[in-house]
Every structure is written in structure tokens, then in C-alpha cells.
Design a protein around this ligand. Structure first.
Ligand SMILES: CC[C@H](C(=O)O)C(=O)SCCNC(=O)CCNC(=O)[C@H](O)C(C)(C)COP(=O)(O)OP(=O)(O)OC[C@H]1O[C@@H](n2cnc3c(N)ncnc32)[C@H](O)[C@@H]1OP(=O)(O)O
Length: 253
């Protein structure tokens, strides 16, 4: 069963995280499907832009805590964190425009997926939270390095160090959300794409590569890798495991 639904319409690739029962949490299958999709879009000339969104009323709740809760040491956690961190680097540097269409909450690693995209459009009911700090870890997929590349320093620090959940208006004021849509967010996104991404794919790709060259010159990949190692070290702390257990326990009672 596909955990990411992929549809193509007039050169736009619509990819929907499809695990609503787990609030679109990311497991290894989703990682593999996302990696394969990025490779396909990169090499398919007809694919002009990529939109990521979620099934149900959540964009993505980050890593699958019910699955990754079983990873205890930094040696056990690091391969998972690195796998997704490498995938998000591929998303960040995809030579085509990318949009995170936040149909609902983007939490933890869900925010890291969103910041890897060029644009973030949100339903008015959505919410954004780099909540990793409340789990006694830092972003584990390179999200902080990407956030510091795209937001003003104080805005990025507010998201990361507060670990708070922000409504779309606040997230817009903090520079994370670019458009807020009411009603049918897919239709609003389609209209935006028609008006704002009209040039040929070769032109759009050339402009995106201008940004990618800047990120490479700033050693973005190396910074993401260091961030992932630091998260893995924090991962094995008792405080982290207690925080995750608390989340999972409160869901069972
Ligand atoms: C791996 C590291 C990674 C990183 O930072 O690099 C991370 O992302 S760490 C994970 C950070 N994510 C979270 O802490 C988010 C936890 N989830 C929530 O805050 C809420 O579920 C929310 C706001 C996304 C949606 O709230 P809502 O009330 O609509 O749903 P429920 O909380 O009742 O959850 C329903 C159902 O889904 C399961 N669920 C939700 N999130 C996750 C998750 N991240 N992993 C696994 N399962 C998740 C939840 O347990 C419920 O399951 P059920 O069996 O129905 O009790």
C-alpha cells in the first residue's frame, strides 16, 4: 500500500503523505518512497514543480514515535536520522520549485520537511511546531541548518528554542509561512502555481540551482550532518526516552 500518493497534473507533481491514522508520521517506507519520488522528479523533464501535502487534517507529525521509540542508543538512532536527513537534503536541493502545502499541523520532523521546500503555504487552521526541544532532542533531520538558511536568525531561533506550536498567522509573521489559504487549499495552491510558476521548467531549474550553489558554498550538507550527529547524541538521554514514553502512554490511556 502506498504511503505517499503521487498524482501528476499539467507538470505539477502532487505527493500526499498517506498515513492519517498516524497523523502522517514518517516511517522507513515513507522515507524510501520519498527518496524514489525525488529521484524520479529530478530526472523527469515534464515534472515542473513538486507539492508535498498530507492526507486528513495533519500535514506531518514527524518521525514515527511508535516505531522509533525502539531506537535507544545514538548508534541505533543515527542511521535513521541520517537516512531522512540525506533525503531532506535532496528535497532542499531538488532543481525544481517545491511547495509544502500545510493542510494541517506540521510538527517536529514535519516542520523539517516543510523547511526543505522552497515555499510553505498553510490552511488557516494549520499549526507549526519545532517541538523536538520538548522531547529533549534537537532537530534530527537537518532542519535547523535549513531554517537558519531561510529565515532571519531571530525568527529561526524563536521556532527552535521555544519548541512552541504556532498558528499560521504567527508562523507567517515569523517568515515560515508564505501564503495562508482558506477553504480548498489545493485549488488555491493550483491558482498560485499557474500565476507564479509560469516560465519553462529549464528557467525555473536554473534559478533554483543558483540557490543550491549558495547552499553548497556555505557547506549546508556538512552542517546538516553535524546537526544529525548532535541529535543522535541527545537521543540516548533518559530525558528523551521519558518524553517519548509519556507521549505514547498518554495516547493509550
Ligand atoms: C525522529 C525525530 C524527528 C526529528 O525531529 O528529527 C521527529 O519528528 S521527533 C517526533 C516529533 N513529533 C511529535 O512529537 C508529534 C506528536 N504528535 C502530535 O503532537 C499530535 O499527534 C498532532 C498534533 C500531530 C495531531 O494531534 P491529534 O489530536 O490530531 O492526533 P493524536 O495526537 O490523537 O494522534 C492520533 C494517533 O496518531 C498517533 N501519532 C501522532 N503523531 C505520531 C507520531 N509522530 N508518531 C507515531 N504516532 C503518532 C497517535 O499516537 C495516535 O495514535 P492512536 O493509536 O490512535 O492512539
Amino acid at each position: 500500500m502506498q504511503k505517499i500518493i503521487v498524482e501528476r497534473e499539467q507538470g505539477i507533481v502532487w505527493a500526499t503523505f498517506n498515513r492519517p491514522e498516524r497523523r502522517n508520521a514518517i516511517d522507513f517506507d515513507v522515507m524510501d518512497e520519498l527518496a524514489a519520488l525525488l529521484a524520479e522528479v529530478r530526472q523527469t523533464r515534464e515534472d515542473k514543480a513538486l507539492v508535498l501535502t498530507g492526507a486528513g487534517d495533519v500535514f506531518c507529525s514527524g518521525g514515527d514515535l511508535q516505531l522509533f521509540h525502539g531506537l535507544y542508543t545514538k548508534e541505533e538512532a543515527y542511521p535513521m536520522l541520517k537516512k531522512m536527513g540525506d533525503i531532506l537534503y535532496e528535497l532542499m536541493t531538488l532543481p525544481k520549485p517545491t511547495i509544502a502545502l500545510l493542510n494541517g499541523a506540521a510538527v517536529g520532523g514535519g516542520c523539517e520537511i516543510a523547511i526543505a521546500c522552497d515555499y510553505r503555504f498553510a490552511a488557516s487552521t494549520a499549526m507549526v511546531g519545532f517541538v523536538q526541544g520538548h522531547l529533549a532532542i534537537t532537530t534530527g533531520w537537518g532542519g535547523a541548518a535549513m531554517l537558519f538558511e531561510k529565515l532571519r536568525h531571530d525568527q529561526a531561533m524563536t521556532f527552535l528554542c521555544s519548541a512552541q506550536r504556532f498558528g499560521t498567522k504567527e508562523a507567517e509573521q515569523l517568515g515560515f509561512v508564505h501564503e495562508i489559504f482558506e477553504g480548498d487549499v489545493k485549488l488555491s495552491c493550483q491558482k498560485w502555481i499557474e500565476s507564479m510558476l509560469s516560465p519553462r521548467v529549464e528557467v525555473l531549474s536554473a534559478y533554483k540551482m543558483a540557490a543550491v550553489r549558495g547552499w553548497n558554498a556555505a557547506y549546508l550538507k556538512e552542517r546538516m550532518d553535524q546537526e544529525i550527529k548532535e541529535c543522535a547524541a541527545l537521543w540516548e538521554s533518559p530525558a528523551h526516552h521519558a518524553a517519548v514514553a509519556s507521549f505514547l502512554h498518554c495516547k493509550k490511556v
